[in-house]
Design a protein around this ligand. Structure first.
Ligand code: UDP
Ligand code: MG
Length: 319
């Protein structure tokens, strides 16, 4: 019988763990699906890991780990994938905003031969205006940069074991899970779902963290910003040819004293372009620096009793 693993990254979600574990295990047992639930507490400062230990003690199919500090959802997903043993793995939020029934649809599609099942948002749940604006901008930038429609895609997906192994063997540290399943290819199917309202607690994303995430992912998936630097250079050169001709003509006509405004504007514009370009290049150098250091994506400090293998303080480094 095939085993379904569900990975649930959780950051300060003590109110959600027990309920989510109950909803998922009841649903899967009812449908006679062999399963395991893997909760990754992403350095939570509340009782999230204690809750995970509690549900794990009551149901041996539930496992969990705690990070030594907050490493971000991306790291949580990858640590979860690392701990799975299932033939198919579903990644979903632990706040039940990803409707559990959709997991059944994904499982069915997998049994029909799909290797990747993408959860596609048909409608975003109730969100504040600020969030809508920032998330909207975020997805616009992302979609343009990595040439994939990011607006409706999400981290809610099912991956076949093969695909999970591809993900785990990626040498890079700055991963972007949402886009990597597109990148990996494989036989892909989609299911639509409606984002549910969060039951307990609040969203862990602030406007600032979302923008940081956007920039980090854009630079890890695209070199377009670097090419834009070249484009800016070309524009600046064209502009300067026009001005050079104008300046020479004025000089020859003996009216070259004027043009102070032009000089100031040029210094400002070119200076701005140069600083922006240096910033963009600097960002890529920072990414290269991070990759070269080869630090782990996450560090696990605690696990539930039923987690086997040596994972404490360990990580799968570049093999
Ligand atoms: N999450 C995480 N680490 C973080 C932030 C969030 O593991 O640093 C988890 C969080 O517990 C939840 C999921 O990622 O299970 C999605 O987060 P959230 O619900 O806050 O985001 P939203 O649904 O508002 O996009
Ligand atoms: Mg959520």
């Amino acid at each position: 019988m095939s085993l379904l693993s569900i990975v649930l990254p959780a950051y300060n979600e003590e109110q959600n763990i027990a309920n989510t574990a109950k909803v998922l295990s009841e649903m899967l047992e009812e449908n006679q699906i062999d399963y395991e639930l893997i909760f990754i507490s992403d350095g939570s400062k509340d009782g999230t890991f204690e809750e995970i230990k509690k549900v794990s003690a009551a149901n041996s199919r539930i496992k969990g780990a705690q990070f030594s500090r907050n490493f971000g959802k991306e790291a949580g997903i990858f640590a979860g994938l690392e701990l799975t043993t299932g033939d198919a793995v579903v990644v979903m939020d632990c706040d039940l905003q990803h409707p559990p029934q959709v997991v059944l649809q994904m499982w069915e599609l997998w049994q029909e031969g799909a290797e990747v099942v993408e959860g596609i948002k048909s409608k975003r749940g109730k969100e504040s205006l600020g969030y809508k604006l920032s998330a909207g901008l975020f997805y616009k930038i992302m979609s343009a940069l990595i040439k994939m429609d990011m607006n409706s895609s999400s981290d809610f997906k099912l991956l076949d074991r093969k695909v999970v192994n591809v993900m785990l063997n990626l040498p890079e540290r700055n991963t972007f899970f949402r886009a990597l399943s597109f990148w990996a290819g494989f036989e892909t199917r989609t299911v639509e779902y409606e984002v549910q309202e969060r039951q307990f607690g609040e969203s862990k994303w602030s406007l600032f963290s979302l923008m940081k995430y956007a920039v980090a992912n854009a630079t890890s998936f695209s070199t377009l910003p670097l090419q834009m630097v070249t484009l800016m250079g070309v524009i600046a050169i064209l502009f300067s040819i026009v001005l050079a001709v104008q300046t020479l003509v004025r000089y020859l006509m003996g009216t070259s004293v004027e043009g102070f405004t032009t000089v100031i504007l040029l210094i400002l514009i070119i200076g701005g372009f140069i600083m922006l370009s240096l910033g963009i290049i600097g960002h890529y150098i920072a990414r290269i620096y991070e990759e070269v250091k080869g630090r782990p994506k996450y560090i696990i400090s605690k696990v539930t009793d039923n987690v086997t293998g040596n994972v404490l303080g360990e990580w799968k480094s570049n093999k």
